[in-house]
Design a binder for this molecule. Structure first.
Ligand code: ASP
Length: 329
């Protein structure tokens, strides 16, 4: 009996009190939330998503294990997602009601609260690179529209024709825009690096058939993206208007910091209780300053994955998921 009690206590201690500062580094990624039943029920399509999430984590792992900075890992991972037509960011972005492409992206570093973002850009191949340039090369946080495109061109960032972002699928939608098919989503990455710094980044094509220069939560610091070394790094995906109203990314950090909630408690509360789950559909990924992870969603699924390395271990722990269940890739 005593032996059993001791064993139970040890197991509990093991799960509850794993000191996350024992984690050397952590990376969490998402590729958008929404109704993923079609993908989940198609073994070929789901394999492509699992492989892409796995690759994204491996890219981050290579950089972080070598002592690279969180911002380098976040940039490399989001560039990878932006270049992959499976995701609603960069090539593969969803289209506006006019059949064009307008992209948003942001990045924030927790060590100094420095942040950069672009919104409604049309010709920057990798919007996250422009967001980073805004952060590092200007006194501003958010540039929009043609001004942001001009700034990126002046910075020597790769420019493309707006139709570069199209895929056979989105071209089909543009042809039949009246038809109610849609692709939402977004990509994001949050990191705790070996130096103990938190970084968050997000990139998106926005919401299908958006009009009038609509901008969602992704480039809004505090709504779709936030990082603060005293709390968490957060990247969101979902119906942006609701994420802006609830200042979701900052809200999570504030609950963690002031209410002393765990990252899991704060994230679950916002996604499952505070957001109107009928309309404010979506999810988020977050990592706190000690390396704890949260990745809740109130939609049927969210493309997501995490990887971390415990101090003193040679192997990393890695999992990816689409629906409710996570798998080892
Ligand atoms: N949050 C993005 C937006 O509202 C879209 C998404 O993540 O699905 O623009």
């Amino acid at each position: 009996m005593l032996k059993n009690l001791l064993l139970t206590a040890t197991l509990l201690a093991g799960s509850l009190f794993v000191q996350a500062q024992d984690r050397e580094y952590v990376i969490v990624v998402h590729g958008g939330a929404g109704d993923i039943s079609k993908v989940e029920n198609d073994p070929v399509r789901s394999a492509l998503y699992y492989a892409a999430l796995d690759s994204a984590l491996s890219i981050g792992d290579c950089i972080l294990s070598a002592g690279g900075e969180g911002s380098q890992a976040v940039m490399a991972v989001i560039n990878y997602f932006e270049n992959n037509p499976l995701f609603n960011a960069g090539k593969g972005a969803t289209c506006t009601a006019e059949g064009t492409f307008e992209l948003d992206a942001s990045i924030m570093e927790g060590k100094d609260l420095s942040a950069g973002a672009v919104a409604g850009v049309k010709t920057i191949k990798n919007p996250i690179n422009a967001a980073y340039a805004v952060k590092t090369k200007t006194p501003h946080v958010l540039l929009s529209g043609s001004g942001a495109d001009t700034f990126a061109a002046e910075q020597g960032l790769e420019q493309v024709d707006n139709l570069y972002f199209a895929t056979p699928k989105t071209l089909e939608w543009i042809e039949k825009l009246k038809q109610e098919s849609k692709k939402n989503g977004t990509v994001g990455c949050v990191v705790l690096d070996k130096q103990g710094n938190l970084t968050a980044g997000t990139s998106t094509g926005g919401m299908f058939k958006k009009k009038w220069g609509r901008i969602g939560d992704s480039p809004v610091i505090g709504a779709g993206t936030y990082a603060d070394n005293n709390s968490c790094a957060v990247s969101c995906t979902g119906h942006g208007e609701y994420f802006i109203r609830h200042a979701v990314a900052f809200n999570l950090c504030a609950r963690y910091k002031y209410l002393k909630e765990s990252v899991e408690q704060a994230a679950d509360y916002i996604i499952h209780t505070e957001l109107n789950t009928n309309a404010g559909n979506g999810g988020l990924i977050a990592v706190d300053k000690e390396g704890h992870i949260a990745m809740p969603f109130n939609s049927t699924g969210m493309f997501r994955g995490y990887l971390y390395k415990e101090k003193g271990q040679t192997d990393v722990v890695k999992k990816v998921g689409i629906g409710k269940v996570m798998i080892v890739p």
